[in-house]
Design a protein. Structure first.
Length: 593
């Protein structure tokens, strides 16, 4: 599921002061040669040649003549009533480089003339700098919510950050049907296309923008439904983790269970049953991967990879020649020799590496990539539900997809680690470099944490493969910190694939939800919520959610009430039968053939 980003415009006219997170910048202490900075006893600053381009990495080099605190600011003649602080810190004298992305809370700076300032005590240096048009990107993509036909042209709405060439690649079942290119201007616009001559069915649109320099944005994915009934067909297929596999066991296991979150008994059985993992005996086994071979021989080509100790496999057949046939989702990463990203593969590994591990019998979790939720099970029952973000693959990084399958959460836990400018707390490893951790944060100049960049994406794909978990407490007080405080050795993590054709059912119209009738902005899952401590909410029914005064309420991001029917429809359309549930990975895999 891709995010539907929204931005307010004009950008900064009404802002009185903006303070950016220090972690948006990456200081580099290594000296660099400068020709246009006079660094003799006064603070000096070298602005990027060609100006600052929002959406790209812009290097700013500066010299501090003495130890102490310093401030770097950016201001524009008519855009700010006060300076925007880029960096406010303390450092020894020396030469530094930082990178700045030209964004404020994800929104590009307006193009125009600015002044970049460096202050240290009574010393100051100012340099003019131009902010140019942003890097190419397409925001606010919108398609019609109804089915289309040959007599019903449709329009794709968008907001382009700069002028350039709009490219729309139309695919169906993984095959490209048509590619259309059109020159567009910056700002809001529409792209029209009709379905004449196109068979009815579900189509995927990969939409990107290329600027005059040849820089191209990441492709954004939208789905359109052509010449079909407006109602999504009911799900009739029973989806299991090995959906589509030629090997279908009758014996119950994670691999054969229906992906039905309401079946507590089956899920708890899968959470607590022993697993088969591979173990080479190496010290760093949790990061060791073994190639799955197409035939029972070390000389046979690889069809996938499996991570040792933590990734469980489905044993299909044990041979008498020292090899075992297994099945699992391939855990190929960017540096794997076998580029089988999240493919359900069958192949051979050496039997000597197989071992049985018993998971925790008290607690376990299900991650459903279809709903982007973590379902926490405790002592045999569904205990609570949390919002997550799993991996968001793109054409350049298909390995960002979170691998599906059956995993063990490993102890000792990793704790906090840094990924680019993001800090990820309470991390627990489950698949080599992939971890379950709290939604990441930036660190502001004053040391406070800033979750704005990542928290808004919870409930949607957004990570590089890790599973980001909400920090806000649910009504039961559950969040990633709760999981961290209750962690046990070998807690099991079941990750369900969002197979094409899987659908989310509407909640019953009689389901009770809650709101605050005194200027409440959100609807809630229970009558109390940590988002508004001390308040008791008024109940109403889910069936009334589209009626006033409830229609304008937003879903609470603490207690996770049900999605609106329109949100469920959007997810179901994306996964309706007949389409390619992962066209980006499909295209990347085809390119390797």
């Amino acid at each position: 599921m891709n995010r539907n980003l929204t931005h307010s415009r004009p950008l900064f006219c009404c802002l009185t002061c903006l303070v950016l997170a220090l972690a948006n910048f990456l200081p580099i202490l290594a000296p660099r040669a400068l020709t246009s900075v006079e660094a003799e006893g006064v603070p000096s600053l070298l602005v990027p040649e060609g100006g600052i381009r929002p959406g790209t990495e812009n290097e700013i080099t500066f010299f501090l003549p003495e130890d102490g605190s310093y401030t770097i600011t950016l201001r524009g003649d008519a855009l700010f009533e006060a300076d925007m602080t880029l960096q406010d810190s303390e450092a020894p004298a020396g030469l530094y480089t930082l990178t700045y992305d030209g964004l404020v809370q994800g929104t590009p700076l307006d193009a125009g003339e600015y002044v970049q300032s460096l202050h240290q005590g009574d010393l100051a240096a100012e340099f003019p700098v131009r902010v140019t048009l942003p890097a190419p990107d397409l925001l606010d993509l919108a398609v019609p919510q109804h089915a289309l036909s040959e007599s019903s042209p449709w329009e794709l709405g968008y907001y382009a950050t700069c002028p350039g060439t709009l490219q729309v690649q139309i695919t169906r079942n993984g095959a490209t049907v048509n590619t259309i290119r059109e020159e567009i201007s910056a700002g809001e616009g529409t792209f029209s296309w009709d379905a004449e001559g196109m068979p009815g069915g579900l189509y995927t649109l990969l939409v990107s923008l290329e600027d005059e320099s040849g820089l191209t944005s990441d492709a954004r994915r939208v789905m359109v439904d052509v010449a079909r009934d407006t109602d999504i067909p009911l799900q009739t297929t029973v989806f299991t983790p090995t959906y589509g596999s030629p090997y279908q066991d009758e014996e119950f296991s994670y691999w054969t269970m229906p992906m039905d979150i309401t079946d507590e008994e089956a899920i708890w059985k899968a959470i607590t049953e022993p697993v088969t993992v591979l173990d080479t005996g190496k010290k760093n086994a949790q990061k060791t991967q073994i190639t799955i071979r197409s035939e029972p021989s070390l000389d046979a080509p690889g069809v996938g990879v499996v991570t040792c100790i933590s990734q469980a496999v489905h044993v299909l057949e044990t041979l008498d020649n020292g090899w075992t046939k297994i099945e699992c989702y391939s855990s190929s990463f960017f540096d794997s020799k076998v580029k089988a990203w999240n493919m359900l593969v069958q192949g051979y590994v050496e039997t000597k590496y197989l071992k049985t591990t018993v998971p925790s019998q008290k607690i376990g979790m299900v991650i459903d990539k279809l709903t982007q939720r973590l379902y926490l099970f405790r002592d045999g029952h569904l205990y609570d539900t949390l919002m997550v973000s799993t991996g968001l693959a793109n054409a350049r990084q298909p390995y960002n997809e979170t691998r599906s399958g059956e995993f063990l959460l490993l102890l000792p836990a990793v704790g906090e680690f840094r990924s680019d400018d993001l800090y990820c707390s309470m991390a627990i490893r489950f698949n080599s470099g992939d971890m379950l951790h709290e939604v990441p944060h930036l660190i502001n100049w004053d040391g406070t944490y800033n979750y704005g960049k990542t928290e808004a994406a919870l409930g949607e794909r957004a990570s590089h493969g890790c599973i980001r978990v909400q920090r806000h407490k649910t009504s039961l007080g559950t969040n990633m910190k709760w999981i961290w405080n209750h962690k046990e050795k070998n807690m099991k993590l079941l990750i369900w694939e969002d197979w094409q054709g899987r659908q989310i059912s509407y909640p019953s119209d009689d389901t009770t939800v809650y709101y605050n009738p005194k200027n409440g902005k959100s609807y809630h899952a229970s009558e109390t919520c940590y988002s508004a401590t001390g308040k008791t909410f008024t109940p109403f029914t889910y069936g009334e959610l589209e009626d006033e005064p409830y229609a304008s309420l937003t879903r609470c991001d603490y207690c996770n009430p049900p999605l609106r029917k329109g949100e469920i429809d959007s997810i179901n359309l994306l996964h309706a039968p007949g389409g390619d549930h992962d066209p980006i990975l499909t295209e990347a895999r085809e390119a390797l053939k």
